[in-house]
Design a protein around this ligand. Sequence first.
Ligand code: IMP
Length: 190
Amino acid sequence: MKQLVIATHNPGKLREFLSLLAPQGFGVTSSGELGLPEPDEAADTFPGNARIKALAAAQASGLPALADDSGLSVAALGGGPGVFSARYAAGDYPSAFARIIEAARGADDWRAWFTCALCLARPDGSTATYIGQAYGRIAPAPHGAGGFGYDPVFIPDGYEQSYAELGPAVKDKISHRAQAIAQLKAVLKG
Ligand code: IMP
């Protein structure tokens, strides 16, 4: 069986990757399970950081590695927090939700979008990057307990409920991560 390392220590992302990659016939492990260190996300773009994480895991494990760098962009915050989404929350998501909702209300602009840059790296240093985006709006109050991160405050276009309320059956079909993985799957099949 082909082996793939998912270069993440984030259990929410890992669950989505396992579900999205399950039908591909890969033996999957994660950099968390392997005890690999988390590299510094020193780039200021999603693809730049995905590449850093994927290359670090591929070189440390000797296996192909897949990393994602992702985040929420809010129109009322000029596209932020974007690549700084994890740092903007600093572990306190209720506070981050309140700041985002206040900004959207203040600007009367609720548009938001998630971006996922996915990088597949091989131990020889070669990389390929895929980008998925999902557009929607900020919810006027957080709703739902599913998912992770900003899921309770993001309502994707075409729906009336947040990612957290819609749950994996819907999110895994439409999300930024699902869209990037769909591009990758076409390549992995080859
Ligand atoms: P990263 O691990 O440095 O890429 O940080 C990504 C951060 O963006 C996560 O910790 C979440 O705060 C946020 N994020 C990325 N993808 C999602 C998602 O699918 N739902 C909710 N929040 C997300």
